[in-house]
Structure formats: structure tokens, C-alpha cells
Design a protein around this ligand. Structure first.
Ligand code: FES
Ligand code: FES
Length: 211
């Protein structure tokens, strides 16, 4: 099975500013059951070292979405997708499989396409998050969006924002992307309605005119 960049995204790694690393988790698991219940952010001693622990209660989380900062209170278990959709009402990224299979939830973090359903919101702090909502300028669609419209490249539309964002990520990285680079960049996105013919035409239109 082909590797896909979206599936390369770290699902367990948490940086030191945002959460609990796997190593910390293993250390914490050795803490006595008599330890004080953890409700927010705490520092506990684990194997003789201080370890910062988040949750399970709500903690402050600041997300930068489409250039705008949002201060939230979230349980650390909340995914970026749920934070976007349920807390910020930024609903372009869709929840379809919710398990890193379909790509409907694709957003960009620091210009890299990721599945928002497999990234914790707390992990995404301090990073530039870009959603499909950022692409339209006023009343004017981005050329990728326009190409999808022109070529009837969606039916139910649930997969469409994910394809559009994933394609944008490819073209941002490779302005003269080769067919192989485009195929690879979109290989983590599925369309259940089978609009692939239209999607191919939309890709051709975009790459001929330039994004
Ligand atoms: S909803 Fe995230 S990959 Fe399907
Ligand atoms: S248009 Fe329906 S899943 Fe793609």
C-alpha cells in the first residue's frame, strides 16, 4: 500500500509546549493511584522528574486559524477537527470517517496537509492552521475551487474541501507539480461519489492556468 504524506503525520508525538510525550505518558503511568486527581494542567513527579500533565479537564488552548488567534478551553482529547467545527464553527473540513482514511477533514498545518481528525487541537497550538475557508477572496473563488465548479467535480461535496486543500498544499509546495507529485499529494483523499473524472479535469484546468 502506498505511503501517503497525510498518513505520515505524527499521531502520538506531542511537542514540549503542548502536551504529553509518549515517554512522559509511560512515566506518568507509574504514578501511584493515590496521586491527586488531575483536572487541568499540573506538574507531577514521575520517576523523580517533573512532568507537565494536561487534563482530563479543560485547559486553555490557543489556535491560529487562517491567521486569526482563537482562545479556547478544551479537554486535551479534543481533535483539531472537533475544535474547528464544534467550537469555532469553521466547518469546511468535514468529519466523514474520523479515522484517517478519507481525507475529508484535510487542513494545512504550517503548509502541510494533515488529517484534522487525527491531530489533537492541543498539538496544533502555535502553528499556522489553514482551512478551505481562507481560499475564497471576497466573492472570488480560488482557481482550484473554480476549477472544481467548472468541471462538476463534486456531487455530495463532502470530500471536496479536503481535495481542494490537499491540492493547494501540493501546488504551494510544487508550483509546477508533476502528475506524480499531484497523484501522491491527493492519494489520501477519497470520493465516495466517484467524481474522479471531474476531479482530474479540475486538476488539469488548474495546472494549465496556474493556481
Ligand atoms: S474524517 Fe479525517 S480522514 Fe476521514
Ligand atoms: S462528491 Fe460525494 S464523496 Fe466526493
Amino acid at each position: 500500500m502506498q505511503d501517503h504524506p497525510l498518513k505520515d503525520e505524527p499521531k502520538e508525538k506531542v511537542d514540549e509546549n503542548s502536551g504529553v510525550s509518549r515517554r512522559d505518558f509511560l512515566k506518568i503511568s507509574t504514578i501511584s493511584a493515590a496521586a491527586v486527581p488531575i483536572l487541568g494542567t499540573k506538574v507531577v513527579q514521575a520517576a523523580g522528574e517533573p512532568v507537565k500533565v494536561y487534563g482530563p479537564g479543560k485547559v486553555p488552548v490557543e489556535l491560529i486559524v487562517n491567521g486569526q488567534k482563537h482562545a479556547l478551553q478544551l479537554e486535551p482529547r479534543v481533535t483539531l477537527l472537533d475544535a474547528l467545527r464544534d467550537q469555532l464553527e469553521i466547518t469546511g473540513a468535514k468529519r466523514v470517517c474520523d479515522r484517517a482514511e478519507c481525507g475529508a477533514c484535510t487542513v494545512m498545518i504550517e503548509n502541510k496537509a494533515v488529517y484534522a481528525c487525527t491531530v489533537l487541537a492541543i498539538e496544533a497550538q502555535g502553528k499556522a492552521i489553514t482551512t478551505v475557508e481562507s481560499m475564497m477572496q471576497g466573492e472570488t473563488l480560488h482557481s482550484i475551487q473554480q476549477a472544481f465548479v467548472d468541471n462538476d467535480a463534486s456531487q455530495c461535496g463532502f470530500c471536496t474541501p479536503g481535495f481542494v486543500v490537499a491540492f493547494k498544499a501540493v501546488l504551494d509546495k510544487y508550483p509546477d507539480a508533476t502528475p506524480e507529485q499531484i497523484r501522491h499529494g491527493l492519494s489520501g483523499n477519497l470520493c465516495r461519489c466517484g467524481t474522479y473524472h471531474g476531479i482530474h479535469l479540475a486538476i488539469a484546468q488548474t495546472t494549465q492556468k496556474g493556481a
